[in-house]
Ligand binder design. Structure first.
Ligand code: IMP
Length: 428
């Protein structure tokens, strides 16, 4: 079992961090291949809670090597902040944390560009404001991108920033709404300071990972965001700017796809989404409604931005679509305990689009917006299930709910999560 991938099958926040944490012990490497500090991974160990947005969840285990792959975009101040926070919390971080020299660097002008673009009501995507999109634009546009490895070469970095920053200032000013301007030399000095901190962690990670595979080591890939936020297959344009599906592993880490032999799809027992975009099963039913109840019990507020997440019923049409694209072997159903106490639950099994019933997922946002969910009603349960450790401990209705989801997707269930702690997990 050389390489495994844990991937979210909804719009992110599926509690992937918990499964990566559980599986991490069995792996020598935990690797992130996409996104940046827009991700929010929460890991709970008893009364200790760790919230990471840029570092791989594996970093909590000093015996595991954690790798930020070349497909990730890195904001150095955030990297330093997360490392220092872990160290002050007693977690040892040193040679176990590696960053690809080819990961791209986020600068403050990326965040400024995002702020200005998001201020335009019509063009608003509802991003996390972390400079992710503009940094990936510069990577793909080639002219203005700066890789992490370039920060280690002072003369070269200064030349690059003296070329890039004047262009950036003109682009920012063109937004015409109080844009900040940046000084290339000041930025260079600031980033050279960060480079000192980063230096011991920077490496040729495709070589590191391929050598590790050749030596029989095990790698766990940790996708950031969810498959419905994938730049190509998600609900464009309300997506993130990277490949969150496992298809991002090869370009984003240098590990060939054929090395990945197990893909675990992570699903919440319901659906959430942050930011704008269509959401057919959304429960927009007011402060006393079921949506708000799930949001409160499930603590559905963004790890990165604190924004309340939009909440809805489980969407099996969307999950079938992403389970196929992600080629998952098994699924994990998370936060099942949050649904306890609801008399009945609903599962979306089809959509009605312009009067026609469809069972495939139209990923174009402008069509998905017109989809109405076709909901199947199933019985809920009233029991507290947070102490269940085997499927047999669950009330029949909860077991039926899990079976129904697995049945619709045609996938075996690898984990059922009934609480935030790692012990609160059923392995059927
Ligand atoms: P960006 O990734 O900051 O550009 O934001 C693009 C969209 O992806 C927005 O709707 C964000 O709310 C969403 N998004 C980005 N990262 C995450 C995540 O880790 N969980 C959930 N949504 C996310």
């Amino acid at each position: 079992m050389p390489a495994t991938c844990v991937v979210g099958l909804q719009w992110g926040d599926e509690a992937k961090g918990k499964i990566v944490d559980i599986l991490g012990d069995k792996h020598d490497f935990v690797v992130r291949y996409n996104g940046g500090a827009n991700a929010g991974h929460t890991v709970v160990w008893g009364d200790r809670k760790f919230a990471l947005s840029l570092l791989p969840t594996g970093v909590l285990k000093p015996h595991v090597k954690s790798v930020i792959g070349n497909g990730v975009v890195v904001y150095p101040p955030r990297f330093i902040e997360e490392v220092e926070k872990l160290r002050s919390g007693g977690v040892s971080v040193g040679a176990n944390l590696v960053v690809s020299e080819h990961a791209h660097t986020i600068f403050p002008y990326h965040m400024e560009e995002e702020r200005l673009a998001e201020a335009d009501g019509d063009g608003k995507i509802g991003t996390t404001g972390r400079g992710i999109g503009p940094c990936y634009q510069d990577k793909v546009g080639r002219r203005f991108g700066v890789r992490v490895g370039e920060l280690l070469h002072p003369k070269h970095l200064r030349e690059r920033l003296n070329y890039i920053v004047p262009f950036k200032n003109r682009i920012l000013a063109a937004f015409g709404i109080g844009a900040k301007a940046f000084d290339a030399n000041q930025l260079c000095d600031e980033y050279l300071g960060y480079a000192e901190f980063l230096k011991p962690h920077v490496a040729d990670t495709p070589k590191l990972l391929n050598d590790a595979l050749a030596a029989g080591k095990n790698i766990l890939f940790e996708a950031a965001q969810g498959s419905l936020l994938d730049i190509d297959h998600g609900t464009f344009p309300y997506v993130t700017s990277s490949s969150s599906l496992p298809s991002g592993i090869w370009p984003g880490s240098g590990v060939p796809a054929r090395a990945v032999s197990r893909i675990i799809g992570i699903l919440k027992a319901y659906t959430t989404r942050v930011g704008r975009g269509p959401f057919p099963t959304e429960l927009d039913d007011g402060p006393d409604g079921i949506g708000n109840r799930i949001r409160t019990i499930g603590r559905e507020f963004g790890t990165v931005t604190g924004r309340p997440r939009r909440v809805g019923w489980f969407d099996a049409v969307a999950a079938r679509y992403t389970a196929t694209l992600a080629d998952v072997d098994v699924i994990s159903i998370m936060l099942l305990d949050v649904l306890s106490g609801l008399k009945e639950l609903k599962i979306c099994t089809a959509y009605e689009l312009d009067g026609e019933r469809i069972t495939h997922f139209p990923s174009d946002s402008f069509r998905l917006e017109r989809c109405k969910p076709v909901l199947e009603t199933v019985p809920g349960w009233s029991e507290d299930i947070t102490t269940a450790r085997k499927l047999a401990d669950l009330p029949a209705a909860a077991r039926n709910y899990v079976d129904r989801i697995a049945g619709i997707l045609g996938k075996k269930v690898a984990f059922v999560s009934v609480g935030p702690d790692r012990d609160q997990t059923i392995v059927p």
